[in-house]
Design a protein around this ligand. Structure first.
Ligand code: SAM
Length: 216
């Protein structure tokens, strides 16, 4: 039967914790697979913020959402989706903000009243498949974004980080993220690692669950 892949395990952990109406964040929207899952889980009463530094990634995500929900299902931040469809279509439409910005700025795009309320923040590090492989996540901004994500989370909320130690530059980033996750106070957060023991270069998952409120 085999164990779940790293991406499937990330999705499983998210699905167990995210409910309709929740606020969630995709910190690296890429092809939009994670954004779509988050939009489906949170539904029309929920809210998804999806970040990427490449317009190409936002376009791919927009197309994926449009295929699932209809053409006007994603708005560029900061505007919200305006209804122009039938009542039935409007009902199932999720509120998704596609933001062309680096993820360490995520708190600037999310209303202050929502800080400390996010149910989940997903990171899938590295590069956009099929695009320029030199445009990748970088340790410094990734760690700053992770710090921001912890502050945005509600108690019981989760961060998932998919890491690629085998990619060029990915080994350093992986080490730094793992150090960051292991340095979190056990009173504040619980960090776990899901990885294949026999292959040091295989992608793996770090998940962090928030246990108490942190100062903003
Ligand atoms: N989660 C995506 C999906 O479901 O298809 C895959 C993400 S892909 C592996 C990594 C993405 O991170 C790329 O699209 C890349 O442009 C984006 N990225 C790189 N640096 C970033 C940054 N500082 N802030 C936000 N996104 C970034």
């Amino acid at each position: 039967m085999g164990f779940l892949s790293v991406l499937s395990m990330a999705h499983k952990l998210i699905k167990e914790r995210v409910s309709p109406g929740d606020l969630v964040v995709d910190a690296t929207c890429g092809n939009g697979v994670d954004t779509l899952m988050l939009a489906e889980l949170t539904g029309p009463r929920g809210c998804v913020y999806a970040f990427d530094i490449q317009e190409q990634a936002l376009e791919r995500t927009r197309d994926r959402l449009a295929a699932a929900f209809g053409d006007d299902s994603a708005a560029e931040s900061p505007s919200h989706i305006e209804g122009n469809g039938s009542a039935a279509k409007q009902k199932r439409k999720p509120e998704v903000h596609l933001v062309l910005d680096s993820h360490e700025a995520m708190a600037n795009h999310i209303p202050v009243g929502s800080h400390g309320r996010a149910a989940a923040v997903m990171f899938n590090l590295g590069y956009l498949p099929g695009a320029d492989q030199t445009v990748i996540t970088k340790p410094e901004t990734t760690i700053a974004a992770l710090d921001s994500a912890v502050r945005l989370l509600r108690i019981g909320g989760i961060i998932t980080v998919v890491l690629y130690p085998g990619h060029s530059g990915g080994d350093t980033e992986t080490r730094e993220v793992e150090q960051w996750a292991s340095s979190l106070s056990v009173q504040d957060c619980q960090s776990v690692i899901y990885r294949m023991a026999q292959r040091a270069d295989a992608p793996y998952l770090i998940a962090i669950e928030k246990k108490v409120h942190l100062a903003p």
